[in-house]
Design a protein around this ligand. Structure first.
Ligand SMILES: *[C@@H]1O[C@H](CO)[C@@H](O)[C@H](O)[C@H]1NC(C)=O
Ligand SMILES: *[C@@H]1O[C@H](CO)[C@@H](O)[C@H](O)[C@H]1NC(C)=O
Ligand SMILES: *[C@@H]1O[C@H](CO)[C@@H](O)[C@H](O)[C@H]1NC(C)=O
Ligand SMILES: *[C@@H]1O[C@H](CO)[C@@H](O)[C@H](O)[C@H]1NC(C)=O
Ligand SMILES: *[C@@H]1O[C@H](CO)[C@@H](O)[C@H](O)[C@H]1NC(C)=O
Ligand SMILES: *[C@@H]1O[C@H](CO)[C@@H](O)[C@H](O)[C@H]1NC(C)=O
Ligand SMILES: *[C@@H]1O[C@H](CO)[C@@H](O)[C@H](O)[C@H]1NC(C)=O
Ligand SMILES: *[C@@H]1O[C@H](CO)[C@@H](O)[C@H](O)[C@H]1NC(C)=O
Ligand SMILES: *[C@@H]1O[C@H](CO)[C@@H](O)[C@H](O)[C@H]1NC(C)=O
Length: 869
């Protein structure tokens, strides 16, 4: 078979086989029940004409003479007769000792009508004090045309019981018995008037010990009960429970599922698992009510016999069987269409949330609404940050949000999310917790009640923060002896409640070091703190040792410190202590000048750069004023000096006035772009110089005048500056937000710095190759000695000077790669980089005979006042 050619297909085939096989078995069973014409039990039954089955037979009571249906072999459908008179199984309680067996069996739930077809009915056995003390296996019943019934009777579950027969009337009121609702309830709502049943042994995992088996019959039950296991809300299981669990051998469960809140009080049958049947024992039906807040109360009664105990499971285990959430009263938040611009959607969503009146909401609804609200709040914070960085994109339709607008949006988002999370708080007797995690917000709620057994509540944690609060103490002080704390951590809130809202007297750069968190005490009457609250923040950004940390809280429009302090801090975490609750964050202040440079380093830098600049200017002056060797092209060298001089000057000015420039984002970006351009063009010029030198060495003669014409004209200038300009433009085009770091330089994140380092590396590599070629050519030229010695010598000197320049200009940048944190290397980099001008001056001017002579001439001219030329 081609299908099974591969293992994978074989597997799929297997799954398909199983699926189709199961499907076909399902369809065939369906056929046997619906396609009744072939095997309609109304015409295909065994006659059961035992007069001893009659409800009127009391032989057992009179003579202890009885029969047992368990000792017969049963199969298929039966029609009942008593003395050849058509009869049926009674559908009302039969007296004990009737029907000629120890336990008379009758059907529970009434007879069907002909239209009902085949129905299933439970079977009750009267014993002791209760009509349904025992249950037998359910049987199938069909009403047949001609006013008779047929029954599919199995061997009963209950030892020595017998099916009863009766010729009297039948009740066709059908299954409504089991779901009868009691509407007129005389007492106050049992949802708020119940006794707590918190027996650990009721848990369905608790097995009875050999000697002790619990007995609910010895308890005097009264009124309504709510179940707990270990402080967690629990319910009576509504599916079969294992024998030998719930502290007894015969655990009780309820049949027919749990009601919903709208159903009100309903009555449910109670079953006990024993022997071979989940419902072997019956106990008195109990009343059940579903309460808002996802719990149930039960009106428990003394069970029919000892060894029967009411079982309890924690709700989540059987929550599939019923849902309590009232769908009708849940709030529905809708997004307006066409509100996309200027955060209108957010305002609308928040307004809708503010309109919610429900006190308690299910977790999934709360998280859905929160996800939607934060989705919208992200849009406004994104639009505000994008319009501030690229001013051109902010059109009139989407005006960028002002700080006041951001703060007010932040306030509303905080308020609504605190409102939403407070709907997760539910009444609890001991303690309970709820938590959720969304992309933008994480939350945790901890509730304690009057019967809490904990000494202190566990730390509430989210991914990047946690809180320690003395909730037990708060609960003890409140009237109801209960309290709840809601803790939230907002990942994106720093876009609204910016660190800049922290207003301090000294002018520092503020950085948010933690997620914004909020802690509140919802639905708690006395919110006074008994102990300071301690928050542990994980730093979400690199901590700079020179910075100072402040624990701050949000007061309407600004971050303030009052009442909060840093307890302790290490490189990755900070613990804050606050004497009140609200919305908190951790903000780092760093001084506006470059943070890592100490004062000494600053001074060194300043001096070095100024010295370098002076020599740059001197070299430039010399190149411009002094005429020298006409065979060598001066253009490249002059332009290197111009580029580097302007770059270093700009860098110096930027560093000195960073605090003034930094707030002007656009200026900062422009400066970063300009610096990028200037440094790059210096490198391009360095490359051009190497190329010129290469051409010169290759010819080892004077460059032909035409060549010189081309090379020394504006053409070179175009190349020298155009390449750098193109790189800068492409960088801006690809990553517009790459410029303008804290230092008004290229941003280091996302690898944008490679727009500078990349071209630099390429040029350095090309230059290296060129120099190697030049040295090789020069060597062979020297050995041949076929050129003028002076020319060769001059070229040789030129090559070594250019090589020196290459090393001086290139090496600092290579060093710059490795300075990461190492202070010695940083100082070395600083010196080498700033002294580029000095080196160039040394190499080209001081070590150049002609220029030295020129200097001498100028010097003597200035001193003697006589013209020497
Ligand atoms: C609470 O329920 C009990 C019986 O279940 C009833 O007697 C009592 O009156 C109820 N309490 C209130 C305050 O309604
Ligand atoms: C909030 O409720 C008020 C009054 O019930 C109503 O006028 C208003 O439209 C509601 N707002 C929203 C956003 O649904
Ligand atoms: C968030 O917004 C985007 C569109 O901006 C939408 O595709 C997404 O479904 C939204 N998510 C939620 C949870 O509303
Ligand atoms: C918070 O820390 C302070 C100082 O260490 C301590 O006195 C207080 O009990 C702590 N609070 C909680 C709730 O643990
Ligand atoms: C910050 O505080 C200073 C005085 O301390 C005040 O002049 C200034 O207006 C405040 N700025 C903001 C944004 O509140
Ligand atoms: C701000 O100024 C105060 C005193 O005015 C000083 O104690 C504090 O260290 C300064 N903070 C920073 C980050 O410079
Ligand atoms: C937690 O912090 C890390 C950085 O330390 C950050 O990448 C992550 O997104 C944060 N997670 C949340 C949920 O805030
Ligand atoms: C919040 O700030 C206002 C003034 O800006 C002040 O009156 C109020 O007391 C502050 N609230 C707290 C809790 O400090
Ligand atoms: C920093 O402090 C936190 C909590 O105070 C602790 O969990 C963490 O291990 C500490 N980290 C270091 C590197 O000491």
């Amino acid at each position: 078979m081609a299908m099974a050619s591969s293992l994978h297909e074989g597997f799929i085939f297997g799954v398909l086989y199983i699926l189709t096989h199961n499907l076909s078995s399902i369809t065939t069973t369906a056929e046997t029940t619906t396609n009744a014409s072939l095997t309609d039990p109304c015409y295909n039954y065994t006659i059961l004409n035992d007069s001893w089955r009659s409800v009127n037979n009391t032989d057992y009571l009179l003579h202890l003479n009885f029969k047992c249906d368990t000792s017969f072999s049963w199969s298929g459908w039966y029609r009942l007769f008593i003395n050849s008179q058509s009869a049926h199984v009674p559908d009302t309680c039969v007296e004990k000792g009737h029907c000629g067996s120890t336990t008379p069996l009758w059907i529970y739930g009434g007879h069907p009508t002909v239209e009902d077809g085949v129905v299933t009915r439970d079977v009750c056995g009267h014993w002791d004090n209760y009509c349904c003390f025992f249950w037998s296996y359910p049987i199938k019943v069909k009403a047949c045309p001609g006013n008779y019934y047929v029954y599919e009777l199995p061997s009963p579950a209950v030892f020595c019981s017998g099916y009863c027969t009766d010729v009297g009337s039948v009740s066709t009121s059908s299954a409504s018995v089991t779901t009868a609702t009691v509407t007129a309830y005389p007492f106050a709502d049992p949802c708020h008037n119940y006794t707590v049943l918190d027996n650990l042994w009721r848990a369905n995992s608790s097995q009875p010990t050999k000697s002790v088996s619990m007995c609910d019959r010895s308890v005097s039950w009264s009124g309504w009960y709510r179940l707990f296991i270990n402080g967690l809300s629990a319910q009576i299981p509504d599916t079969c429970v294992q024998k030998f669990s719930c502290g007894t051998d015969t655990p009780l469960w309820i049949r027919g599922g749990h009601p919903t809140v709208e159903d009100g009080v309903v009555t449910r049958d109670v079953c006990g698992n024993w022997k071979n049947y989940c419902c072997y024992y019956g106990s008195f039906p109990i009343r059940v009510k579903a309460c808002p807040g996802n719990y149930y109360v039960y009106e428990l009664l003394k069970p029919t016999t000892c060894n029967l105990t009411y079982c309890a499971v924690v709700s989540s285990i059987t929550s599939t069987s019923t849902t309590v959430t009232p769908q009708t009263s849940l709030p529905v938040i809708t997004l307006l269409s066409g509100c996309a611009s200027s955060g209108g959607c957010l305002q609308n969503v928040l307004a809708q949330i503010e309109n919610i009146t429900a006190e308690v909401l299910p977790l999934n609804i709360v998280t859905d609404i929160l996800a939607m609200a934060f989705n919208e709040s992200e849009k406004i914070s994104v639009s505000s940050s994008s319009s501030s960085s690229s001013s051109s994109s902010s059109s009139s339709s989407s005006a960028s949000a002002s700080p006041a607008q951001l703060a007010s949006s932040g306030n509303r988002v905080l308020k609504t999310s605190e409102k939403l999370i407070s709907t997760l708080v539910k009444r609890t007797e001991t303690s309970a917790t709820v938590s959720f995690t969304l992309a933008a917000v994480e939350g945790q709620v901890f509730m304690v009640g009057p019967q809490v057994t904990l000494d202190k509540i566990p730390q509430l944690t989210t991914t990047n923060s946690s809180v320690d609060i003395d909730l037990i103490g708060i609960a003890k002080n409140s009237n109801e002896k209960s309290a709840a704390v809601a803790f939230m951590s907002y990942t994106t809130m720093e876009n609204l409640l910016k660190a800049d809202f922290f207003n301090t007297t000294n002018d520092t750069i503020k950085t948010m070091m933690s997620t914004v968190i909020s802690a509140t005490l919802p639905k708690t009457s006395n919110t006074a703190l008994t102990k300071a609250v301690n928050f542990t923040f994980r730093h979400i950004r690199e901590f700079e040792p020179s910075g100072s940390l402040s624990c701050v809280y949000w007061n309407i429009s600004e971050w303030i410190v009052d009442g909060c302090s840093v307890l302790n801090s290490n490189s990755s975490h900070t613990v804050c202590s606050c004497v009140h609750l609200s919305t908190f964050a951790l903000i780092m202040q760093t001084s506006s000048s470059p943070p890592e440079s100490s004062d000494l380093l600053d001074l060194l830098n300043l001096v070095c750069v100024i010295v370098g600049l002076v020599f740059f200017s001197l070299a430039l002056l010399s190149f411009a004023l002094c005429q020298w060797s006409p065979g060598v092209n001066n253009v490249a060298r002059i332009n290197i000096c111009i580029s580097l001089l302007s770059a270093h000057l700009l860098l110096l000015l930027t560093q000195q006035f960073l605090s003034l420039i930094r707030p002007q984002q656009v200026l900062c970006v422009v400066i970063a772009g300009l610096l990028h351009f200037l440094f790059l063009s210096a490198f391009v010029w360095m490359f051009i110089e190497a190329v010129l030198l290469f051409i010169c060495v290759k010819n080892l003669s004077e460059i032909s005048s035409r060549q010189r014409e081309v090379l020394s004209s504006g053409f070179l200038c175009v190349i020298g500056y155009l390449v750098a300009l193109v790189v800068v433009c492409v960088s801006i085009g690809l990553v517009p937000e790459g410029y303008g770091s804290e230092q008004c330089w290229i941003k280091y994140d996302k690898g944008f710095i490679w727009s500078f380092l990349g071209p630099v590396c390429v040029i350095l590599a090309l230059n290296l190759i060129l120099f190697i070629r030049i040295v090789i050519i020069l060597k062979s030229a020297l050995t041949k000695l076929n050129a003028e010695v002076s020319q060769t010598k001059q070229t040789k000197v030129m090559v070594f000077k250019t090589l020196g320049q290459f090393v001086v200009l290139g090496c600092p940048w290579i060093l710059g790669f490795f300075t990461n944190g190492n202070e010695m290397l940083e100082i070395l980099f600083l010196i080498l980089n700033s002294q580029q001008g000095t080196f160039i001056f040394l190499i080209y001017c001081v070590l150049n005979n002609e220029i030295r002579q020129q200097y001498w001439k100028c010097f003597t001219f200035l001193c003697s006042g006589r013209k020497q030329r």
